[in-house]
Design a protein. Structure first.
Length: 181
């Protein structure tokens, strides 16, 4: 009976966390609704306060993805299939509504202050897609990383989570793990 209460509490905590993440998402306006100058402003590099805000959003996304990764690993380790299914749906929705729009601009992959953070978030996203059993989406994410960071394979990144490696090593690790499961 005590175990059922703990499982129920864990699921309730997971649901509360999911709702908190959903409430914190940054709304994005479709380009079709924006004036041409607003679309151009979104695709240009920022400076000053705007750059600091973009960096803050990327750092928050990085922390969120690391926490989501740890939670997903914990659910897998405990073999909590129901929790895994529920949490996987939340992670997928989080990436679609918050992470994808945040990673869309090209310039942040080139900006010296943001490129490392951008690469870290993209690598963890690819890892999460692998864990969600979505190999096609993971491959697209890896292809995008390779395209954006071509020629910068010696850049240091925080991947695997909790360690550092070069971007080339991180991509190789992800590619190898993709086929091992």
């Amino acid at each position: 009976m005590d175990r059922r209460r703990r499982t129920g509490r864990a699921r309730l905590a997971l649901l509360a966390a999911a709702l908190a993440f959903a409430a914190c998402r940054t709304p994005s306006v479709p380009d079709a609704l924006l004036a041409p100058e607003e679309v151009a402003a979104q695709s240009q590099p920022l400076g000053g306060q705007s750059l600091a805000q973009c960096r803050q959003e990327l750092e928050r996304a990085w922390r969120d993805m690391v926490h989501l990764h740890v939670t997903l690993e914990s659910l897998r380790h405990r073999k909590d299939r129901n929790g895994l299914v529920l949490f996987s749906g939340f992670v997928d929705a989080y990436m679609g509504t918050h992470l994808d729009p945040l990673l869309e601009p090209e310039w942040q992959s080139e900006h010296p202050e943001l490129q490392g953070l951008d690469a870290n978030v993209r690598l963890v996203q690819a890892e999460m897609l692998m864990q969600l059993r979505s190999p096609q989406r993971m491959q697209r994410a890896l292809d995008e990383i390779q395209r954006r960071y071509a020629g910068r394979g010696d850049m240091l990144v925080d991947y695997p989570v909790g360690a550092q490696s070069t971007l080339a090593e991180a991509i190789e690790t992800l590619t190898t793990r993709k086929w091992r499961g």
